[in-house]
Design a protein around this ligand. Structure first.
Ligand code: ADP
Ligand code: MG
Ligand code: MG
Length: 250
């Protein structure tokens, strides 16, 4: 589903990604782990098409199509979803309004008719119920006064509505309590499907106790240094990233 080959990305003058290669199959949950500042978030921005994060060389293919030339909305229309690392608070905007705008933006970009309110309400209520989200949360302004766990619930709800092909979860490295972690994990596990791939970016292996990844990739110094199965996450937890940083220096 996702094929990244020899990807180089510079931000300003500095090269951040230095020949990154990674494949993720449909149906797979791939975990990317690595030390802080190694370019994990940069990778997620490049895939999503965020401004200022452009590839100098290399390929990012989604189902065979090079997506690097597409704008962020076109990528979203093709099913790329990037969960917010720091969910925004939008005080004036009701959660429902935001979700409807997000879904209809995706539909417009696909050339599909916008959903009218009754059909949208039906979908959002079904999705909320399946994720255990209380209806009254949907009427509150987006994220204002939401707890960490509630913000994550909204993010997962948004993901459930948009039904991405490739969902990238770039976790905050800290600040998620166990409840919020479980919300994310339960949501991902509920949305796992043979047509969908996940990239779960995490600094700690904690989250991976709840989301069992199919593959684990160690990222250091702007590249994928090693790939393996779930056991690799445990090894990293024990040994840290020293081996990969040393390898780079050598
Ligand atoms: P990670 O997510 O692995 O912690 P990041 O992708 O956030 O790493 O950052 C990788 C490096 O790129 C860091 O040194 C960071 O300071 C730098 N970087 C990322 N985005 C920008 C930016 N917009 N401007 C300047 N430097 C940036
Ligand atoms: Mg970071
Ligand atoms: Mg990051």
């Amino acid at each position: 589903m996702l094929e990244i080959k020899n990807l180089h990305v510079s931000v300003g003058e500095r090269e951040i990604l230095k020949g990154l290669t990674l494949s993720v199959k449909a149906g797979e949950v791939a975990a990317i782990m690595g030390p802080n500042g190694t370019g994990k978030s940069t990778l997620s921005y490049v895939i999503a098409g965020r401004e200022g994060y452009e590839a100098t060389t290399g390929d990012v293919r989604l189902n065979g199509e090079n997506i690097l030339e597409l704008d962020p909305a076109e990528r979203a229309a093709k099913g790329v979803f990037l969960a917010f690392q720091y969910p925004v608070e939008i005080p004036g905007v009701a959660t429902m309004t935001f979700l409807k705008a997000a879904l209809n933006a995706q539909r417009r970009a696909r050339g599909e008719p916008e959903l009218q309110t009754p059909e949208f309400m039906k979908r959002v209520k079904e999705a909320a119920a399946s994720l255990g989200i209380a209806q009254d949360m949907l009427r509150r302004p987006l994220n204002a006064g939401f707890s960490g766990g509630e913000k994550k619930r909204m993010e997962i709800l948004q993901m459930a509505l948009l039904q991405p092909r490739l969902a990238i979860l770039d976790e905050t490295d800290s600040g998620l309590d166990i409840d919020a972690l479980r919300v994310v994990a339960d949501g991902v596990n509920a949305l796992r499907s043979p047509e969908r791939a996940f990239i779960v970016i995490t600094h700690y292996q904690r989250l991976l106790e709840y989301i069992r990844p199919d593959s684990v990739h160690v990222m250091a110094q702007g590249r994928i240094m090693r790939s393996g199965g779930p056991e690799l996450a445990l090894e990293l937890e024990e040994r840290g990233y020293q081996d990969y940083i040393a390898q780079e220096a050598a």
